[in-house]
Ligand binder design. Structure first.
Ligand SMILES: Nc1ncnc2c1ncn2[C@@H]1O[C@H](COP(=O)(O)OP(=O)(O)OP(=O)(O)O)[C@@H](O)[C@H]1O
Ligand SMILES: [Mg+2]
Length: 448
């Protein structure tokens, strides 16, 4: 039998190569090339070249179709999306296995089906499984249609025949196009499926929510183009064994990115947490060293989170450094600054950082909280319980301004924090605020 021709496709950028190599020469990522069956080129005879729809002045580009925002029935989710789901919007929801993606989307589908026709396409589970979940979480509705199908062409046909207002596709990695030879979930299939779904969503004005699985590193499985194709990317996060789940909007063409919605997983489904700060602070230990409160925000809603550090004498030749919720490289830099600028001797100490609640914080405003949590654990002196801090650390120990200063202060004060350490660059006149210029000054304020 003739062997099928294969190519190596980068799972990050989608570039393809005839031979395997450790590094993708297109996007410079390591170990991202995967073998796939080469897609035969379509015969050029069928392709119409030269025809195009006539460009028009921007002033006449307005479509007659009504673009409306529809509520998902979950207030925090609507807010995070910028006010509901827009006509024709394609939303990608990704998250680890078992985090609750299908649960959330079935709830949303059921809410939407009160007024709209919703088609829930499941490639992962049988219609009965979806029914059982629906029964458990109270999401049974006559206007919510289930289609258990994995073939893209059949799905497109169903969408065209059924004409739903909303589609939910769970998940993009389980759907395959029979026009391609590679298996479902491969780079080319994911690209094809998401491309076709987006095309039909845009042309017919159907809003769609697509589930995407994640790789073991936690990024969205499949090529980066997947994130480029869709309008909105939402990441579902949370700690295993804990009930809370955080939905973070990473990209949004119809609203601000960085917004988040917090949920609590119950037997009856996901329940929204309307006051996330009190939720994250509820288990804060009293009078323990190594815990600092940080007002986190990347969007319009600030949340108070607890940053914990554990500094202990190492038993290894090379001390361990582990970080959960912040970037490990960032931790190394903060440790170096603490050693050089504040003369903290940490070379024989293991350092562990944890952001309570399973949040992954990318914004540098967390630096000061991390540094002070380490200082507190190292000295074994608790940070006073009325203290909240934020600020980015520069390499010389200076504390740099960050955005949303006022919003962070307001949230901290709302929860009774009346000693808030902030970068001195932001001119805020408030008796509860202590501007600090550099790390040494911040340590001095807390008497470390
Ligand atoms: N009574 C229950 N029966 C089943 N699951 C429950 C129950 N109560 C709560 N759950 C939660 O629902 C979660 C499963 O959620 P769901 O199937 O929506 O996840 P998912 O993200 O779609 O997973 P996958 O990636 O495997 O499809 C379980 O991990 C569990 O925490
Ligand atoms: Mg699922």
């Amino acid at each position: 039998m003739k062997k099928k021709k294969t190519v190596y496709v980068c799972s990050e950028c989608g570039a393809s190569f005839p031979t395997w190599s450790g590094k993708c020469s297109s996007c410079n990522q390591w170990n991202t090339l995967v073998e796939e069956v080469a897609i035969p080129k379509k015969s050029s005879g069928t392709v119409k070249t030269g025809s195009y729809s006539k460009p028009k002045p921007i002033t006449q580009a307005r479509e007659e179709r009504k673009y409306e925002r529809v509520s998902t029935g979950i207030k925090t989710l609507d807010e995070a999306l910028g006010g509901g789901v827009v006509t024709g919007q394609v939303i990608l929801v990704s998250g680890e296995p078992g985090i609750g993606k299908s649960t959330l989307l079935l709830q949303v589908a059921s809410n939407l089906s009160n007024e709209k026709k919703v088609l829930y396409i499941t490639g992962e589970e049988s219609a009965h499984q979806v029914y059982v979940r629906g029964e458990r979480i109270g999401a049974l509705n006559d206007n919510l249609y289930i289609l258990a199908e994995t073939n893209l062409e059949t799905i497109i046909n169903a969408i065209e025949q059924e004409n739903p207002d909303f589609i939910i596709l769970d998940s993009v990695q389980t759907i395959y196009s029979s026009e391609l030879e590679s298996a479902a979930g491969s780079v080319s299939q994911v690209r094809e499926v998401s491309g076709k779904i987006t095309e039909i969503a845009k042309s017919k004005g159907i809003s769609s929510i697509v589930v995407g699985q994640v790789t073991k590193e936690g990024s969205i499985a499949g090529p980066k183009v997947l994130e480029h194709i869709v309008d909105t990317v939402a990441q579902f996060e949370g700690e295993r064994g804990h009930a809370y789940r955080i939905l973070k909007i990473i990209k949004n063409r119809f609203g601000a990115a960085g917004e988040l919605a917090v949920f609590s997983m119950k037997d009856s489904g996901l329940e929204e947490v309307s006051n996330p700060s009190s939720f994250f602070l509820s288990e804060r230990p009293e009078g323990e060293s190594g815990s600092v409160i940080f007002p986190f925000t990347e969007g319009s809603k600030p949340v108070l989170v607890e940053v914990q550090a554990l500094v202990s004498k190492t038993v290894y030749a090379v001390p361990q450094r582990k970080a959960q919720g912040i970037d490990l490289n960032r931790l190394s830099i903060i440790l170096a600054i603490l050693e050089k600028e504040a003369r903290f001797f940490l070379k024989d100490r293991d350092v562990f950082i944890n952001v309570v609640g399973g949040l992954h914080i990318k914004e540098p405003a967390v630096d000061l909280a991390v540094a002070l949590a380490i200082a507190s654990s190292f000295k074994n002196v608790p940070v006073p319980k009325n203290v909240a801090v934020f600020g980015e650390l520069g390499l010389t120990g200076e504390i740099r301004s960050v955005h949303y200063t006022e919003m962070r202060i307001k949230e901290a004060k709302r929860f009774g924090f009346d000693k808030i350490l902030i970068p001195s660059g932001s001119s805020i006149d408030d008796k509860n605020v202590i501007p600090v210029k550099n790390l040494s000054q911040a340590l001095k304020v807390l008497e470390y």
